[in-house]
Design a protein around this ligand. Structure first.
Ligand SMILES: NC(=O)c1ccc[n+]([C@@H]2O[C@H](COP(=O)([O-])OP(=O)(O)OC[C@H]3O[C@@H](n4cnc5c(N)ncnc54)[C@H](O)[C@@H]3O)[C@@H](O)[C@H]2O)c1
Length: 329
C-alpha cells in the first residue's frame, strides 16, 4: 500500500487550518500543523502532530520539514484582521510578508517545490465589476490585502527563479463550522460577521453594523460567504493536483452569490425566529463596499462546486458550534 504523504500546514491550529487538516486526514494525507498559537488553538489540532513555531524561524521550519519528510506545504498562517492591519502595519509586514519569505527560503533549502497559499479577496480592493474574476485589477485598499498581494508576487517570482509550483487560493468570506468535530471560528476579538451575529444571538447582546451609507441597495456592504469545509475540500483537490502536475495558478474560492449585511441579518432572524438588537457604528477603515467572487475558474478546472455553502447550512453549523462552545442549550 502506498504511504500517506506528509503535508506541512502552517496555521493548522487556526480556523481554516484545522478544518483543512480534518479533510486532509480523511483523504489519506498526514497533516503536520506548524503554528505559533497567536490566534490558533491547541485543542483544534486533532488530525496530526503540532509543532509550535514561528514562520520567521527558518531553522525550525527546516527541522520540521526534515523530521516529517514533508512533500508539500499548505501555507495559511497569517495575521488577517483588516482594521488591525491599518493600526499595526509593521507587524503585518513582518508576520505575513517576512514570514512567507522565510518559509519559502526554508522550502528552497529543503528542495520542497509545491506550495498552496491562502490569499484573499482583499487583494482586489474595490471591485469595478459585478463579480470579481482573477484577472480583475489588483489594488488592495488595506495593509492586510497589500501584504497578501506582496506574498503572491514573491511566490510567483520563486516560480520564475526556482521552478516552484504553486496554487494561490483567494478566499472570499470563510464561515460555518464542523461542529461535529467541535472546531469552528474562535477569534479574540471576533471581527467576522456570521460569528458575531451568532454571539449576539447566544449572549443576547447588541450587534453592530459598521456603516449603512455604502452605495449598495440597502446601504450595507455586500460579501460572498463560503463554507469553511468547502474551502478545506478545495485545498485537498488543489493538493492532489499540485502533487502530480507542474502548475502556477491563482483561483478565487467563493460562491458567486453576494449578500448585504442587512440581508444576512434577516436570514439569521428567520432561522432563529429571534429579533437581533441592531446598533449602527461608523464604517471600518478601508473596508471595501462589495466583494463577490466569480468562482468559475476553479469550479470548471476541477469540476467542483462549493456545495456546503448555502447561507442556511453556514448559519446552522455556526450556531451549533457556538452553542457548544458557549455551553448554551
Ligand atoms: N477567515 C476568512 O474569511 C479568510 C478569508 C480570506 C483569506 N483568509 C486567510 O486564510 C488564512 C487562515 O485564516 P483563518 O481565518 O483561519 O485565521 P486564524 O487566525 O484562525 O488562523 C491563522 C493561524 O496562523 C497562526 N499564525 C499566525 N501568524 C503566525 C506565525 N508568524 N507563525 C506561525 N503561526 C502563525 C495563528 O496562530 C493561527 O492559528 C489566513 O492566511 C487568512 O489571511 C481567511
Amino acid at each position: 500500500m502506498p504511504k500517506n504523504k506528509n503535508v506541512l500546514v502552517t496555521g493548522g491550529a487556526g480556523y481554516i487550518g484545522s478544518h483543512t487538516c480534518k479533510i486532509l486526514k480523511s483523504n489519506n494525507f498526514n497533516p503536520v500543523s506548524y503554528d505559533n498559537l497567536s490566534s490558533g488553538k491547541k485543542k483544534f489540532v486533532k488530525w496530526g502532530p503540532l509543532v509550535i513555531g514561528e514562520l520567521g524561524d527558518k531553522n525550525k521550519i527546516i527541522k520540521t520539514i526534515k523530521k516529517y519528510k514533508i512533500e508539500a506545504i499548505i501555507h495559511l498562517a497569517a495575521k488577517s484582521i483588516v482594521e488591525d492591519s491599518e493600526l499595526n502595519k509593521n507587524s503585518y509586514f513582518i508576520n505575513n510578508l517576512h514570514g512567507t519569505i522565510t518559509l519559502l527560503e526554508a522550502m528552497r533549502e529543503c528542495k520542497i517545490k509545491k506550495i498552496i497559499f491562502s490569499s484573499t479577496a482583499a487583494v482586489y480592493g474595490e471591485s469595478t465589476t459585478f463579480k470579481i474574476k482573477e484577472s480583475h485589477k489588483l489594488s488592495p485598499i488595506n495593509i492586510y490585502g497589500l501584504t497578501k498581494l506582496m506574498c503572491e508576487n514573491f511566490i510567483k517570482t520563486m516560480k520564475q527563479i526556482d521552478h516552484l509550483d504553486y496554487i494561490i487560493l483567494r478566499y472570499f468570506n470563510a464561515s460555518g463550522s464542523d461542529y461535529v468535530s467541535n472546531i469552528g471560528e474562535l477569534h479574540d476579538p471576533e471581527t467576522h460577521l456570521i460569528p458575531k451575529l451568532s454571539i449576539a444571538f447566544c449572549l443576547k447582546t447588541n450587534f453592530y453594523i459598521y456603516g449603512n451609507n455604502y452605495k449598495t441597495q440597502d446601504g450595507t456592504c455586500i460579501r460572498d460567504f463560503i463554507h469553511v469545509l468547502d474551502i478545506a475540500e478545495a485545498h485537498v483537490i488543489s493538493l492532489k493536483h499540485i502533487l502530480k502536475n507542474n502548475i502556477a495558478e491563482t483561483y478565487n474560492l467563493g460562491t458567486g452569490e453576494g449578500y448585504s449585511i442587512k440581508k444576512i441579518i434577516n436570514i439569521f432572524e428567520e432561522i432563529t425566529k429571534t429579533k437581533i438588537k441592531i446598533e449602527y457604528a461608523k464604517e471600518r477603515i478601508n473596508d471595501p463596499r462589495k466583494l463577490v467572487a466569480d468562482p468559475k475558474k476553479f469550479n470548471l478546472q476541477f469540476n467542483w462546486k462549493a456545495r456546503k455553502s448555502s447561507l442556511h447550512k453556514i448559519i446552522y453549523s455556526e450556531l451549533a458550534w457556538r452553542k457548544k462552545q458557549l455551553k448554551i442549550k
